[in-house]
Design a protein around this ligand. Structure first.
Ligand code: SF4
Length: 332
């Protein structure tokens, strides 16, 4: 069965942007592919971060994936730093990674401009990402448009490594992109992509009251100033878009009519959205609370995931080191 790998930053709880943009797709993929989903905590330290929060955010994110529908019996769910071979393979791959390619990465250029002192890890980020994928010899990687450049570099690193160390029978497969159909989910402020750091999200575990309190001030069609002004749903980039994800077709049709005719106000429209969102997210919220109330179960799931991931990872690193000419150790 072809293998899928994907990772997610330990930003704490999953929010609806993560869910609609990536994780819902992962849940579907686990039924068709051998799947590995990883909380990439080693990536999180490449940019200034709060060390006192890293472990709880990693745990919350991993448990959030399971609550959102990733079945740990079917897919492997684990935390990156629990599998030390990620860092080991990253170092091995630096031998075939051109410095110029790393310096040209759009994300590196963007993030490094915001820092007075640029950590070397930020430059190395895409090599670690290549190691994440190649460690499991994944065939497919679900990517959004912002990760396409990194995946292309992964393919180039695999190609260069194969040419140099495994020319007759390429050992590292060049992974293909699995382009998701989900579009970028805008934050509630309508200004930028939904992101926890911008405080414009709704988390999957928000209570019904919290969902309503966050949705109420969300951006709407800017031309609809007064209740009697007709609106245009396609210009309501936050609320109408969320209706398309959370409301049934008949409600979406009703929104279009009542918005354009000023048949209801934006608060009425948002209330209907909030109710649909609350109903959709309720099972995820319940599963999250159940997992949090039993920390030992969460630890067991992550330990099992790391053990299963590590079995694959050790084999890959052993093969890679063998082809690169290292002296095998007793533990290899
Ligand atoms: S009525 Fe609904 S779709 Fe129309 S502008 Fe207001 S919130 Fe947006």
């Amino acid at each position: 069965m072809p293998r899928v790998f994907s990772g997610i930053q330990p930003s704490g709880e999953l929010h609806i942007g993560n869910w609609l943009g990536a994780v819902r797709n992962w849940v579907a993929l686990q039924h068709r592919f051998d799947s590995l989903y990883c909380v990439v905590d080693l990536h999180a330290i490449t940019f200034p971060y709060d060390a006192t929060l890293l472990s709880s955010r990693s745990r919350d994110m991993a448990l959030g994936l399971i609550a959102a529908g990733i079945d740990p019996e079917r897919a492997i769910v684990f935390v990156q730093s629990h599998v030390p071979e990620h860092a080991e393979l990253q170092w091995l791959l630096t031998s075939v990674t051109p410095l110029g390619e790393l310096e040209r990465m759009t994300q590196f250029k963007d993030k490094s401009q915001r820092l007075d002192s640029v950590p070397a890890g930020l430059l190395q980020y895409p090599v670690l990402q290549a190691a994440d994928i190649l460690l499991y010899r994944a065939d497919l990687v679900p990517v959004g448009e912002d990760q396409a450049q990194h995946l292309e570099l992964t393919r180039e690193i695999a190609r260069r490594w194969n040419q140099r160390y495994s020319p007759d029978a390429p050992y590292l497969p060049e992974p293909e992109a699995q382009h998701t159909t989900a579009r970028r989910i805008l934050g509630l402020d309508g200004q930028a992509k939904m992101s926890k750091s911008l405080n414009n999200t709704i988390s999957l575990t928000e209570s019904p009251e919290e969902i309503w309190n966050k949705l109420r001030p969300a951006m709407t069609d800017p031309a609809r100033v007064k209740r009697t002004d007709p609106g245009e749903p396609t210009k309501c980039l936050v609320v109408f878009d969320l209706h398309r994800h959370f409301s049934p077709p008949e409600t979406i049709a009703e929104v279009e009519v009542k918005c354009r005719s000023a048949g209801w106000g934006c608060l009425d429209c948002k209330r209907v959205l909030a109710d649909n969102m609350i109903a959709t997210l309720a099972p995820i919220r319940e599963r999250t609370l159940a997992l949090r109330s039993d920390p030992a179960r969460g630890d067991d799931i992550l330990a099992d995931g790391a053990t299963r991931a590590r079995a694959i990872a050790r084999e890959t690193v052993r093969e890679v080191k063998d082809r690169m000419g290292f002296l095998p150790g007793r533990s290899d």
